[in-house]
Design a protein around this ligand. Structure first.
Ligand code: GLN
Length: 337
């Protein structure tokens, strides 16, 4: 009798576990194996070239290759150069957009910046001209500089503390700026200054475009490693809650909107191709990092400086594609019953 009821309780517990976790969990062994296989497969690949329009990025060792994956239950897998710090670059655009949504709601992003793909390169001025600064998105430079200008604060320091705080909370540790990259980009970012000024001329930046461009440049210079980025991606995969620190950094209701913009425009003018191949909302940076999110399953990041013509890391794209395929990460892949 006792044995019988224990058996029934066991069955009930198993049934409940199956009901509350409809998404198949990723085991540590499978994740480790997939990361290692991707690293082995692509470490010798020599395609692409470091970004050189920011002089400090051209100097980074092109051989660096690190991959991190964090599951929604906080399991961490890494391979390769995972402690190597590099500048986050455009991946920061996701987290500053998240900060604005937290503070001011999603409509400010929808109406004040836009959520449509431009189909143009990330620093296109033609894209701004086409709709007089409208119909942008927060993941290309004009929309991103406008988004940074929307973070509230009386002083630049106050705004900066919020931006850095959001990034750090998602990474689960205090992040810092790479001073060399910040200086290098500040010395050479005349094009972004012009974009900021143009967005101001069209009224999409209300005030102080120079400050917005400077803070944007600073956010792009935040130093991260592949594990930090994987944790940031996993925070999104886990509905805005950091899976290790357990802090609810971003309200869950905003996360689907963030992922939608990433799916639309995360890899610039190659976003459609990327979504076709992987189904994953993702974001790249010219420092060589890419994050991708398998909602409810895992966040993944890879770092390798050489980029393709669209400005996306060649090895990072290939590695994430292979790993996600192995771990069944594509959220657009329905299963027949
Ligand atoms: N800081 C870089 C720029 O504004 C970011 C671009 C990127 O990563 N695509 O040019």
């Amino acid at each position: 009798m006792l044995k019988n009821s224990m058996l029934r309780m066991g069955l009930l517990a198993a049934l409940m576990a199956a009901l509350i976790s409809p998404v198949q969990a990723v085991s540590k062994a499978d994740a480790d194996k997939a990361l290692k296989a991707a690293h082995d497969t692509y470490k010798g690949l020599k395609e692409g070239k470091n970004a050189d329009y920011i002089p400090a990025l051209a100097k980074v060792n092109s051989n660096f290759f690190g991959i991190g994956l964090v599951t929604v239950d906080g399991q961490v897998s890494t391979v390769g150069d995972v402690d190597q710090l590099f500048s986050i670059q455009s991946i920061s655009k996701v987290f500053t957009m998240a900060q604005v949504m937290q503070e001011s709601g999603v409509d400010v992003v929808l109406n004040g910046v836009g959520v449509d793909a431009t189909g143009q390169v990330f620093n296109s001025i033609v894209a701004v001209e086409q709709f007089r600064g409208k119909e942008m998105n927060a993941l290309v430079n004009p929309g991103a500089i406008a988004t940074t200008s929307l973070v509230k604060g009386k002083t630049a320091d106050e705004v900066w503390a919020k931006i850095l705080g959001m990034h750090s909370d998602c990474a689960g540790r205090p992040l810092e700026v790479n001073a060399e990259v910040y200086k290098s980009e500040s010395d050479t970012n005349q094009r972004n200054q012009a974009i900021g000024m143009l967005m101001y001329a069209y009224g999409l930046i209300k005030d102080n475009p120079a400050q917005a461009t400077d803070l944007y440049t600073r956010q792009c210079s935040i130093n991260v490693n592949a594990k930090d980025l994987a944790m940031m991606a996993a925070t999104l995969a886990n509905g805005g809650k950091n899976p290790v620190t357990k802090k609810q950094v971003i309200d869950q209701k905003h996360v689907a909107k963030i992922l939608a913009v990433m799916a639309t425009a995360g890899l610039y003018d190659d976003s459609g191709k990327w979504l076709f191949l992987t189904g994953l909302p993702a974001k790249s940076g010219v420092g060589g990092g890419i994050i991708a999110v398998s909602p409810g399953k895992f966040g993944i990041a890879a770092f390798s400086p050489p980029l393709d013509a669209a400005g996306n890391s060649v090895r990072a794209q290939k590695a994430i594609t292979m790993i996600s395929e192995k771990l069944d990460g594509n959220p657009l892949n329905p299963k027949a019953k």
